[in-house]
Design a protein around this ligand. Structure first.
Ligand SMILES: [Zn+2]
Length: 342
């Protein structure tokens, strides 16, 4: 063999050793491989032993090459040994389970009280043949005001503290904006509810936030009567709050005629008078009324042919009454200590 052939042979031995080390996953076979390549009778040692047959120059070259290969094999062996040691200690630790440790509590999730009452409300109305519709939260002044018989110069616009966007659109102040949109899109008879968020420029306190939930209701057919409205709303508060004692008072809202407010007997003092009901024994819960003929005209429905009624439930307020929550901000706080109580 000439020197090139011997050097090639040494290189092959080195590569083979590295490949075998890389495929090893346990310490026993690692030691086995080490012995094969660096032990007394290893191939590299045999090459060294046969060096006496070669010229001094070749001996020098081959000797250096064998020593370098030995150093590399030794390094690979030490690295791998360290890695296997670490891996083994990790897997041993993972097997150490302390059976006396207390268990980890699994959190049980549930619906937010507003979502839960809203779902109940939707189910209640759909059982009476109502359908759920939606409208945009960012509205035009047309659907939020004009088409609801509240023209630009109408003093009734002062009732709502409205946010105005730079582009002229409005974060809707009530879900009533869905009324005309629905009447334009669907032909009567109609029975719809429109739950959704509304926005008003309110100073935040225990009963007011700048964002709140409302559920709008609209009923349109040829024979709709005030007594139908009365019956539906009375059964609604009975279902949602368990309240039997109610009263209707005349009220003014530009998009209904006549307009009414539904009051319930105060759930806190049962009519005796308290700070929540301002000693009146009654709490106002649902503004409502018969759809104003002008609103029908805006929606392209003939008011002499169709009648209808509408109502807008301040939904957060109903949730507060149902669960006896005295501060609306608690419902939106995200505080689990509060929410877990429901
Ligand atoms: Zn009261």
């Amino acid at each position: 063999m000439n020197s090139d052939e011997i050097l090639k042979k040494i290189e092959n031995v080195l590569n083979k050793a590295k490949t075998e080390f890389n495929q090893t996953i346990d310490e026993t076979s690692l030691e086995e491989i080490y012995k094969n390549y660096l032990g007394k009778n290893s191939l590299l040692n045999n090459i060294l032993h046969s060096m006496s047959n070669y010229e001094p120059e070749i001996r020098k070259k081959v000797g250096m090459s064998v020593n370098n290969a030995k150093i590399e094999i030794e390094e690979s062996y030490q690295n791998l040994k360290e890695k296997l040691k670490v891996a083994n200690s990790k897997s041993n630790n993972s097997l150490k389970i302390d059976l006396t440790l207390p268990g980890i509590k699994i959190e049980q999730f549930h619906q937010h009280p507003i979502t839960s009452v809203l779902n109940d409300t939707v189910e209640f109305f759909t059982s009476m043949g109502f359908e759920v519709v939606e409208g945009p939260e960012i509205e035009t002044a047309h659907y939020n005001f004009d088409a609801l018989n509240i023209p630009d110069n109408h003093p009734a616009r002062d009732i709502w503290d409205t946010f105005y966007l730079k582009c002229g659109l409005i974060p809707r102040t009530h879900t009533s904006s869905v009324q005309v949109r629905t009447m334009e899109a669907k032909k009567p008879p109609l029975r719809v509810i429109a739950p959704g968020r509304c926005y008003r420029y309110e100073s935040v306190d225990a009963t007011h936030l700048f964002m709140f939930n409302q559920v709008e209701g609209l009923f349109v057919d040829k024979t709709a009567k005030l007594s139908d409205l009365k019956g539906i709303l009375e059964s609604t508060v009975k279902h949602l709050l368990g309240v039997k004692k109610t009263r209707f008072r005349p009220a003014f809202y530009p998009f209904v005629e006549p307009g009414l407010d539904l009051d319930i007997e105060c759930v806190f003092c049962h009519g005796k008078g308290c700070s929540v009901c301002k000693s009146s024994g009654w709490i106002e819960v649902i503004p409502c009324g018969m759809v104003h003929p002008r609103v029908f005209e805006y929606a392209g429905i003939n008011p002499s042919e169709y009648k209808g009624f509408a109502f807008g439930m301040g939904f957060d307020r109903l949730v507060m009454l149902k669960y006896n929550v005295n501060d609306l901000r608690l419902l939106y706080s995200g505080n689990l200590d509060v929410l877990n109580q429901f």
